[in-house]
Design a protein around this ligand. Structure first.
Ligand code: ARG
Length: 457
């Protein structure tokens, strides 16, 4: 196929170089955005009397049919075209001849591709936000279901203090709510139209960029045409937001993997989200969670590759920038896939509450509460802390726990101890008395659920 730019050349492009240069096999996914952008451009050209109304109407009507034909599979992408922009234009010209050739007036592929990616990512970001909302919803439902289920809270992966499962899982809800705000924020900055920046310097035609921007749902236009065609900040921003989101999913996955091990056995994943082993008949592996953890590295890779592509290129457009798409597309696909399987995995998992409770009974996780007991009786916290440390050491030596150490023994350590201490250090009390704002107590759980309900709508 003869290139659109063949006029200046004596020889055709080498076959290998042509394949190397071509991007249609990955940028064809932006066909809807490319066509919508072209329609807006054509109607602006006629509104500003740059092309005739009849030509513009014919271009738009034909583009509509091309879009339908692509949607229905009647029309296939011609991989001999360099990219999606060339393909749509050549298909248009095939169908309506010279009129089609008028579309590229006052436009360049440089602003065209910049507008296409923004439109594409705007839609995908919306889609990803709605997937995150579903996950937050699943988390809130689990938290409701297991509002009072007690489990050990950890620091350094050592049993630390008793918490409820609801409190633990809602921490992930909070992270995900921030992910949504990060994406919305990135979307805000991304939503400016570069269309009409042309190759880099603008154009001599009397175009109206605000008109196309409005038609395409942008909040305004990019004010510097060089920046308009060179800027891929929004890709880097989205990729960092995706990376942080994946980091959250990966941490959550890590806990799912730990909790479903025999060592913990806090949860049972549903059969439909686990796999078996080809050799060990007893195995039930948390592959989905592991893959999400693994794919996080891949999304980080996409971010680094985008930043690296951009770091050394001079203004304005350079072909290096064609490399933006595979990274961002890969990240979009990966994030969507991960959220798609993560949410039902959470929805269908079962909690083994007894095991969690038993784990919370071990490890002296009520030691802080015992110290607080003494503090409430007037002892300075540091002194109480030291006393309890000695009591814990004694219990370990005698193979006892704080609940089974007799009151007489407590009194030997300090006369402030009375038999009401046992109630104060019960796991239920430890949890229900943590009434501080944001703590594991029930009032805070309800507040968290209420806050997160804003992110499920
Ligand atoms: N396929 C190109 C890309 O993705 C479109 C822009 C081409 N512009 C150019 N001046 N060669 O970046």
């Amino acid at each position: 196929m003869e290139k659109m730019w063949a006029g200046r050349f004596q020889k055709a492009l080498d076959k290998q170089a042509d394949d190397f240069n071509s991007s249609i096999h990955f940028d064809s996914r932006m066909f809807r955005q490319d066509i919508t952008g072209s329609m807006a451009h054509a109607s602006m050209l006629s509104a500003k009397n740059i092309i005739s109304k009849e030509d513009s109407d014919l271009i738009i009507a034909t583009l509509e049919v091309i879009l339908e034909d692509l949607e229905s599979g009647k029309l296939e992408f011609d991989l001999a075209c360099e990219d999606i922009h060339m393909f749509v234009e050549s298909e248009l010209t095939k169908r309506i001849g010279d009129v089609g050739k008028r579309l590229h007036t006052a436009r360049s592929r440089n602003d065209q591709v910049a507008v296409d990616i923004r439109l594409y990512l705007r839609d995908e970001t919306e889609e990803i936000i709605s997937l995150i909302k579903k996950l937050i919803s699943a988390i809130c439902n689990k938290a409701e279901q297991y509002k009072t289920a007690i489990m050990p809270g950890y620091t350094h992966l050592q049993r630390a203090q008793p918490i409820t499962f609801a409190h633990h899982i809602l921490a992930y809800g909070m992270m995900l709510s921030r992910d949504i705000t990060r994406l919305l924020d990135a979307k805000k900055r991304m939503n400016y139209s570069p269309l009409g920046s042309c190759a880099l310097a603008g154009t001599t035609y009397n175009t109206d960029r605000y008109m196309t921007a409005e038609k395409l749902g942008f909040d305004g236009i990019t004010l510097n045409s060089i920046d308009g065609v060179s800027d891929r900040d929004f890709c880097a921003e989205l990729l960092s937001a995706f990376s942080i989101l994946m980091m959250h999913l990966s941490r959550f996955s890590e806990e799912i993997i730990l909790w479903s091990s025999w060592e913990f056995k806090f949860i049972e994943l549903d059969d439909s989200y686990t796999t078996g082993s080809s050799i060990m008949p007893q195995k039930k592996n948390p592959d989905m969670a592991e893959l999400v953890r693994g794919k996080t590295g891949r999304v980080y890779g996409d971010l680094i590759s985008m930043l690296t592509v951009l770091k050394g290129i001079p203004l304005a457009y350079n072909k290096d920038m064609q490399e933006d798409k595979e990274s961002i597309f890969d990240a979009v696909d990966t994030v969507k896939m991960c959220l798609g399987v993560f949410t039902p995995m959470i929805e269908t998992m079962t909690l083994l509450c007894d095991n969690m409770y038993k784990a919370a009974q071990k490890g002296f996780i009520n030691a802080t509460d015992l110290a607080d007991y003494l503090v409430k009786k007037g002892m300075p916290f540091r002194t109480a802390y030291k006393h309890v440390g000695e009591i814990v050491a004694y219990c370990i030596k005698e193979n006892l726990v704080l609940e089974t150490l007799p009151i007489e023994k407590y009194k030997e350590f300090d006369s402030l101890f009375e038999s009401d201490l046992y109630n104060e250090i019960s796991l239920e009390t430890c949890v229900s008395k943590r009434i501080s704002q944001g703590g594991t107590g029930i009032e805070s759980i309800n507040k968290q659920l209420e806050y997160l309900s804003e992110y499920t709508k």
